[in-house]
Ligand binder design. Structure first.
Ligand SMILES: [Zn+2]
Length: 393
């Protein structure tokens, strides 16, 4: 009988460091790795953070802080917690030192001078506005969120830290942040090389930046363009949710053990993609803007085929082999929604729960709502698929 596994919570700082310090049985401090167990958990965590701000703003509130230490994430699932009182902290396995340090930080007031402060807030502090009077807004929250997510995804420091800032000596945190607010350049700006990341110091950023698809990088480039002073460009909660859901849908976990975003799959001339490890074929279903990859065992979700663009959890379809025709695959509808699809015999049919549509070159399907999706192989089409409907049950 194994004991129920304890949830391990990590702060942004620990996630950035990819290590956390815990006390062992004897009270001695030891370092342990702090990495999300899966990409899904990491993306879920980011989604929870964005949802927190969305809820707050819907209620007409703002965060009124710039403390990243307020949030903790379960490394196994991405579940998020806002900071709890000291007693709960102890239950969560924090050492007293850690808890005390965090308490001091919080007691020091809502504001420390750090990279999470939007440029307009730094400007206010420079002009002498006190912490209590700082004009936090939905826009300053969006700045906070973008900086938080940047550090969270790339395990790094401020998005404005690059050779321009690293090589400079600042006499105080305020001086540093004023410089950033007035002259800061996003270190990952396209076509900019004045403030690029520094090898040996920002290796993690350089490494992780390569790992993610462009849709994520573009969000940060937009958020931090012109030093992040353009409030109206800062991604909203909905923008982030859309991006995170797209990343979740794009991430493939192949049966062979390979995991990665679809940009890691190998493109073939005919437009299909191959798993780089086992060579499994992924067919690309496209609506002109987005794509859904189809391969044996792949699940589709309500955000792809249903009415809720943010429902990334409800499975609505599975790609399965026809039980009677080995080697023939189809998309089986396991939702209550009714789809319409073009079948190999030229007929258009309704596809209800339990029914399916074969995957073939030329297929078209309209899910519960939205655009028409189609599959077109380039060049000479693959040998014509056998014209056989997927088993209807
Ligand atoms: Zn594979």
């Amino acid at each position: 009988m194994s004991e129920k596994k304890e949830t391990v919570w990590a702060s942004l700082r620990e996630i950035c460091d990819e290590t956390r310090t815990v006390a062992d049985e004897t009270g001695r401090k030891v370092k342990k790795t702090a990495c999300f167990s899966t990409m899904k958990a990491l993306l879920e965590g980011a989604f929870h953070l964005v949802e927190y701000f969305e809820k707050l703003h819907r209620e007409g509130e703002v965060f009124r802080s710039n403390s990243a230490d307020m949030f903790r994430f379960s490394l196994a699932t991405g579940e998020m917690q806002k900071r709890e009182p000291a007693k709960k902290e102890k239950e969560m396995g924090r050492t007293e030192d850690e808890t005390a340090a965090a308490d001091v930080l919080l007691a020091a007031g809502p504001v420390e001078i750090n990279e999470f402060l939007a440029p307009e807030l730094v400007e206010c502090i420079k002009e002498g506005t006190t912490a209590e009077e700082l004009p936090f807004t939905v826009e300053t929250d969006r700045y906070f969120m973008a900086v938080f997510l940047f550090e969270y995804f790339f395990h790094t420091g401020s998005p404005f830290e690059g050779k321009k800032m690293v090589n400079r000596c600042f006499l105080s945190p305020l001086e540093k942040e004023v410089f950033r607010a007035e002259q800061g350049q996003f270190c990952m700006d396209l076509g900019e090389n004045e403030n690029t990341p520094v090898k040996g110091i920002q290796d993690k950023l350089i490494h992780y930046w390569e790992e993610y698809p462009d849709i994520l990088k573009k969000m940060f480039q937009r958020a931090f363009m012109d030093g992040g002073t353009l409030c109206e460009l800062r991604p909203t909660e909905v923008d982030w949710k859309q991006t995170l859901v797209r990343l979740m849908m794009d991430y493939q976990v192949c049966g062979c053990g390979f995991q990665g975003f679809s940009n890691r799959l190998r493109p073939k001339e005919n437009g299909t993609l191959l798993c780089p490890v086992c060579g499994k074929t992924y067919y690309v279903l496209s609506d002109g803007m987005n794509r859904i990859l189809l391969a044996e065992g792949v699940k589709l979700y309500a955000c792809q085929t249903g009415r809720d663009a943010f429902d990334k959890d409800t499975v609505t379809a599975v790609v399965a082999e026809n039980r009677q025709k080995k080697g023939l695959y189809g998309i089986k509808n396991v939702s209550k929604g009714v789809w319409r699809g073009l079948f190999p015999d030229g007929s258009t049919r309704e596809i209800k729960e339990g029914q399916g549509i074969p995957i073939w070159n030329g297929m078209q399907v309209r899910f519960e709502t939205g655009e028409e999706w189609s599959l077109r192989l380039m060049q000479k089409a693959a040998p014509e698929e056998e014209r056989q409907d997927i088993e209807s049950r």
